[in-house]
Design a protein around this ligand. Sequence first.
Ligand code: BGC
Length: 826
Amino acid sequence: MEDRIRALRNSLSLREKVRLLTGRDSWSTAPLASIGLRSMVLSDGPAGVRGPLWDERSPSVNLPSPTAVAASWDPMMVERVGAALGSEAVRKQVDVVLAPTINIQRTPYGGRHFEAFSEDPLLTGAVASHYVRGIQSFGVGATVKHYVANDSETERFTVDVRVSERALREVYLAAFERPVRDGSWLVMSAYNSINGATASENPLLTTPLNSEWGFDGVVVSDWTAVRSLESARHPQDLVMPGPAGPWGAALVEAVEDGRIPIGAIDRKVDRMLTLAARVGALSGIEPAPRRTPLSGPEVREVAREAAVAGAVLLQNDGTLPLGAPGSIAVIGEAARSARTQGGGSATVIPAMVASPLDGIWAQWPEAEVSWHLGAVVQGGLSDLDDGTFTTALGDPGMTVRYRDAAGRVFLEEKRRASRIVGFDTDSPLVVADSVELEFRWRPRSEGGRARLGIAGLADFSIAVDGKVVADGELRTGPDDDHAAAVLHPPATVVEFPVADDDVSVAVRLHPVPGAIPDALSLGVGLPPTVRDADELIAEAVAAATTAEVAVVVVSTSSEVESEGFDRSSLSLPGRQDELVRAVAAANPRTVVVVNSGAPVLLPWRHEVPAIVATWFPGQEFGHALAGILSGDDEPGGRLPVTWPDDEATVPVAETRPVEGVLAYDEGIHVGSRAWLRAGAAPAYPFGHGLGYTAWTVDAVHAPETPSPDRPTPVSVRLTNSGRRAGKTVVQVYLERVSPSTVDRPVRWLGGFAVASAEAGEAAEVHVAVAPRAFEHWDGEWRREPGEYALRVGFSVTDLVASIAISVPAIDAGSEASFSVVAGAAQ
Ligand code: BGC
């Protein structure tokens, strides 16, 4: 294949070569018919595969967000999620999925935390590798992103992350190393700088990515991240989006006059052609055999099972599983308007969402189920529900008219979504001079007045029943993220008088260009409900008092967790904490479901019987949750990230750069390592999670000395000592026992494995502890001789067995093994 690719490349003119290196548009690469190269389509990930259209007419299965996927700690489950994405990509004719996001959850304040796997590099790398394998088994490229140290959002385009070489190697690069070595076809370079050089021009693109890890794929830029011609000198291969950008004609000129060597261009072209060959975009080169796409129901079943596998039972006094309650008070905004995914470029539009309420209704058709809002959580506008607005002719949806500068309608369409996104050079929204949204709608009258929100970077006017009730202009602020015009468009709420009847609404918008020229979003939506907060809590309490069981679903909002900004608080928004306390006091069988992508504070955790963290679990949320609550399914998750008890003890909290610099002063002490070093107790430690059964560790075997070049095999025998079949995650941590000359974590993850067994039965798992677990970075990877303890347990602080293991002064592998018998239960 290499010869063929070289020959094809040599047949191209410089202009043609350079054309391949910048996108054709927002989501695809340039084709070259002369060599049989078709355009390749790239699309976000990771909560599903959106496809090039951001449009409800082209729905996507919304899979659980990455933190939920990692929480399964189950490589096979992760690979199935990857496969579901790969299959969705094939269905949507997408060649490259812009996922997984594998930045480190350095701090719970990171706004994009939900989109990453874990605070731990070993868990992240292992999960990412299986995720990539799943995607690529369909002949679709996976993109590990964002390389590197893009771990928070504040000033994300310009921030210079100052991080030690050791922390980079042992934490931030470590997450990328495994999936790259295992064959990811793409890496996305980040927006930020690392130690003074922006990611697309950073020496880290050469070493370790290419020189040490053997990367042979394409480095695609994050959208608009390439800012200079200079970047063409570096192993930065593809500039996205296109067709404009800093390379193009300027690059042709720079090569012609010798400022940029042609070798740098040829290398990029070879990589683009290799990617094309892999995804089957280059005629004459047969791609590797690929799997047959899954059916729609199969993908949805993966979504449901993954949501179950990643849900973490944080605590339970025996209230769960619920069995068959006769009446259930379901409480909380998210119980009905579920948060299935976080905001930003990862957003997909699912055809349906099973809310917790839907799931509970379906699970217990005989039970008396009621729903109560309890507390207002929503901050910004929420979309109008499909079915609540119609065209003038009474069809579901609204009429959207796009006009050119002369005022002529060049497209009229019926849309069932109330928010319209255009993200492409030729999208009607992007090329239109003005847009009209027309629909009939029954507003909720609040004292004879109704409220409707309008969003978009635009001048607007709104007419109700033919009479203009408001006009104005909507603009982004100077500090807004450059993608804000799409991700968080400016919005306003207009009020108008109504009778108790349908009204006809006409919104006219004249968009103004945003920072990304080909991307816009506009629409109408509902502002948060205005209700007396005490009254809402009282209603929920009254319902909980008379029901057998109360299920309270608490959540963050789209204003809290999204790409484009970081969190300013870890508390649940609104009066949800008060709500939980009041309901739990009223009903001793209260279960709290936490629907957030990242850790939140649960100040009432000692006052409630059971808490399940579901993360952002995707469109099958309700079905997965009902399975867990009833006991048909076991919550399989273990925390991939530490949950703090209060904000004061969070050891790594800062996301705000100082004069453009964000210093990772904590070095290698990130995640559970930071908590251990600080000696602070979190609410729930890394690795924690309960099941519906109990486990005893019976024996652990490991060699006396670890091999320097092969994984150290640790086998753990355990028994399911409970009364039902179940799953647990056996975790192996390392500690340094001898004094050390190196600054080390108190304890660090060395490996893990999932164990499953029927009630009363034994299981044996084999955990492979990679040689790297015994190494530290000091200009190169080194092993410090001495004594280590290999500790086995069910979380970073719930350790039930320990084995001494020693690294000799001169490394020599030993096969001799001994065992320790431990009696401990989870
Ligand atoms: C995000 C990337 C995403 C890209 C394309 C960027 O703003 O950081 O993760 O893949 O947009 O949507």
